[in-house]
Design a binder for this molecule. Sequence first.
Ligand code: NI
Length: 170
Amino acid sequence: MAVLDVVLYPDAPLRDVATPYTKMGAELSQLTQDMIETMHAHDGVGLAGPQIGVAKRIFVLQEPDKEPMCFINPEILESEGEVFAEEGCLSMPRVYGQVPRATRVRVKALDASGTPFEVDALDFFARIIQHENDHLDGIMFPERMDILSREDIYRQWDDMRESILSHREL
Ligand code: NI
């Protein structure tokens, strides 16, 4: 297992549309384990392929006090309701904003062994799924906000990114 480097916005491939994941078996199992370990190392609740430089349709997530889950080639089948809550992103660390999301989504995907499943997700669980699924379409959370809030978040992130990168170089 390995903790992978997390790509910071706006570096590639964060703004690209990811392609379907096709390599099942041992390679997938290694990738999902590394993604889960990386998510834990950064105290995250979700991590998508593009965030570790893999432009494939795969993400992992973990709700507090639950087991980690893997979603491969996910598809949101239904969504309903809307609620605002705070979100952050491991690709824009230490910047947070209020983001509107559906309160319930129904999703189908493959799990880490390549087996299809469907799940009804509510509230925080549904929010993580929507945030991570957006990464697969090159969408960062500020793009779900109104334009003024979005510009404010990107301004905050510009400063934060500069500060993070300058500390890395020391
Ligand atoms: Ni994110």
